[in-house]
Each structure stands twice: as structure tokens, then as C-alpha cells.
Design a protein around this ligand. Structure first.
Ligand SMILES: *Cc1c(COP(=O)(O)O)cnc(C)c1O
Length: 335
């Protein structure tokens, strides 16, 4: 098990995913400073970044003797699919609260969470803005029926979930030694903020000097700086090392805004063409909702925020199943 340094009373996790996911260097000249950590290789049903956070959240759920999980997301939520898969593996049932209509829940992740069997409540966008209170009402209902429900917030991005990418940060340090390489910068996608917050937490606990950049694919920089700060504050409750707690307050949060495009999950032709180029050159597949936008942003920032960084580690946070929902767009645009 990977130890989080500095965290004397660090939370524990379940072991549900494949660890030491590969780190690959890209081959083509235009990508020459880029390495990719394949967090899309954490496992099949549970693939992507969410399982790292779920390992901690689900451990807490089990410790609290929970019998079921309530969580939320979009119709094509990777988090929803990974949560259903992970919960099934440990014998818990799941109730999903999703943004959208039942008739849209086809293909990709929707096919998979339905295949694995889960209860789903679909909320229209305006009702979904109250999804947190809705999940709380569900919890009250289930507990009146004798269940013990555990709520996992959007993307498992909270104080406990953050420890997932803190442990991935330790893994990266270990892999650097094994591979004899030094990454001066780490770049990840920011969707609900937990991957970024976790990497920050790992960096602080290890007193690392690496620069960590997050590229947001929804909302804006101010929103995420606040959300990530709030998440890190929650994480402090699980730590006893007072100096580490102080360092968390002073850690730098670098969110690079400007790559949201038309909005969350909205893909334009340039984005799909970029994804296709990388797939053609390197045999590496990114998704239009998260990693595709962040990768495009990273390439755009090579001589700006990333200037002077020799080895840049991009975290491939997954999303393969979500790409299937875009197949017809590729065809429509002749890509
Ligand atoms: C959820 C998700 C992200 C965003 O990670 P957060 O921790 O929510 O910021 C990035 N990529 C993929 C594929 C995801 O499913």
C-alpha cells in the first residue's frame, strides 16, 4: 500500500483498482515534452480517475456500516459508472441522481451503469441544481426503510476523496525513481476539482517543488480555486501533522482557464479534430468532455504557463466510454 508521508493519521482506503498505471512518453516531435500517466488503465469497469477517490470514500462508507451509496452526475457520467461498478464489487447498492432525461441515457457509460444494475432518478437541469438536497432526501427515505446510506458528492471531490490523487502523487514520485526521470510539471483536467486538489495535497505532504496545473472544462478559475480550497480544508480534518496543515493553507493553486469552449460536454470540430490527430499519431484516445479539452489547453500553453518545463506529465483521467456518445458527430463532420 502506498503511504502518504506526513499524514500521521491518514485515512485508509480499499484496494479496488490497478496501481502504478503506466507512464508513457509521446513519440512525435510536436508532443516532445509530454509524458502521459495512463489513469485510464485503472481497470475496465472502474476505469479512469474516479476509482482513486472512491477507494477512500467507499472505505469510509464501509467503516460507517453503510448498506448503499447515493451519488450524482451527468447522463454520461464516468463517476456514476465507476461508482456502480466499485460498489457492486464490495456488495453495496447504488442510487444515482443524474442530470437529464431517461430517454437520453443510452450508449457509453449509460449503457454500462444500466447493465450493472442501479436505481436512477433523472432530474431536469433546474431541479438538478438542488441535487445535494435531493440526495439528502433520498438518504432520509432509505434510512426510514432500514438502510444506511452514504452520500458521495459530485465526482467524489471532497475531503476524503482528495486522498485518492494524493496517493497517485506518491505513485508518481516512485515511478520517477524507477524510470530515472523528473517531471517538472503535472497537468490534469479539472471537472469537479478532486483530482487537482489531491495532487496538491500529495505535493504538500511530500514537500515537492513540482508545478501542478489544472485546466478547467466547465465553470471558471475563481469557482475552482474556491472549490479546491474548500476541499483541501476538508482534507485537513483527516490529518494530524500541524505543519502539513499549515503548508496546505499556503499551497499554490494554478488553474488555467480558457479551454471550456462552448460549455460542459460541448464539443466543436476543432476539438474533435485534435483528438483525432493525437489518436492517429500516437494511438492514444482522449475524450471530448474532459481530457481532450485539457490536452488541447496544455499544448496551447507550452510556451506560456509551461515555458521552461522540460518534462510535463499529463494525467489521462479516462473517459473512453464517454467518447462513444460522440461517434455520430465525428461522422457528421467527416472526421
Ligand atoms: C471526472 C473526470 C475528470 C475530472 O476530474 P475531477 O477530479 O472531477 O476534477 C477528468 N477526466 C475524466 C475522464 C473524468 O471522468
Amino acid at each position: 500500500m502506498v503511504k502518504i508521508k506526513g499524514a500521521k493519521m491518514k485515512p485508509e482506503k480499499l484496494e479496488l483498482c490497478l496501481k502504478n498505471t503506466p507512464i508513457e512518453k509521446l513519440r512525435h516531435d510536436q508532443y516532445r515534452r509530454i509524458w502521459v500517466k495512463r489513469e485510464d488503465h485503472t481497470g475496465i469497469e472502474i476505469s479512469g480517475n474516479k476509482i482513486r477517490k472512491l477507494e477512500y470514500a467507499l472505505k469510509e462508507a464501509i467503516d460507517q456500516k453503510s448498506t448503499m451509496i447515493i451519488t450524482c452526475g451527468g447522463i454520461q457520467s464516468n463517476h456514476a459508472r465507476a461508482t456502480v461498478a466499485a460498489a457492486k464489487k464490495i456488495g453495496l447498492s447504488v442510487h444515482l441522481v443524474l442530470r437529464g432525461e431517461e430517454k437520453e441515457a443510452i450508449g457509453g457509460n449509460a449503457f454500462l451503469y444500466n447493465l450493472m444494475g442501479t436505481k436512477v432518478t433523472f432530474l431536469n437541469p433546474s431541479d438538478f441544481s438542488n441535487h445535494e438536497s435531493y440526495m439528502h432526501q433520498l438518504k432520509v427515505f432509505y434510512e426510514s426503510q432500514g438502510e444506511k446510506a452514504y452520500i458521495i458528492p459530485m465526482g467524489a471531490s471532497n475531503g476524503i476523496g482528495n486522498f485518492g490523487y494524493a496517493s497517485v502523487f506518491d505513485e508518481i514520485l516512485y515511478q520517477e525513481k524507477m524510470m530515472n526521470v523528473n517531471f517538472d510539471a503535472i497537468v490534469c483536467t479539472v471537472g469537479s476539482g478532486g483530482t487537482y486538489a489531491g495532487l496538491c495535497l500529495g505535493s504538500v505532504l511530500n514537500k515537492s517543488k513540482k508545478k501542478i496545473f489544472g485546466i478547467n472544462i466547465t465553470s471558471d478559475e475563481t469557482y475552482f480555486i474556491n472549490k479546491i480550497r474548500h476541499g483541501l480544508d476538508e482534507s485537513k480534518k483527516y490529518l494530524t501533522d500541524q505543519t502539513a496543515i499549515e503548508r496546505i493553507d499556503n499551497c499554490e493553486i494554478n488553474i488555467i482557464d480558457g479551454y471550456v469552449g462552448g460549455g460542459y460536454a460541448v464539443a466543436d470540430k476543432a476539438l474533435l479534430r485534435n483528438i483525432k490527430d493525437l489518436a492517429t499519431h500516437e494511438g492514444l484516445i482522449l475524450d471530448p468532455v474532459y481530457t481532450g479539452k485539457a490536452f488541447m489547453g496544455m499544448m496551447d500553453q507550452l510556451d506560456l504557463a509551461l515555458k521552461g518545463c522540460e518534462n510535463i506529465l499529463f494525467i489521462h483521467t479516462g473517459g473512453l466510454f464517454g467518447t462513444f456518445a460522440y461517434e455520430s458527430k465525428y461522422i457528421d463532420w467527416g472526421l
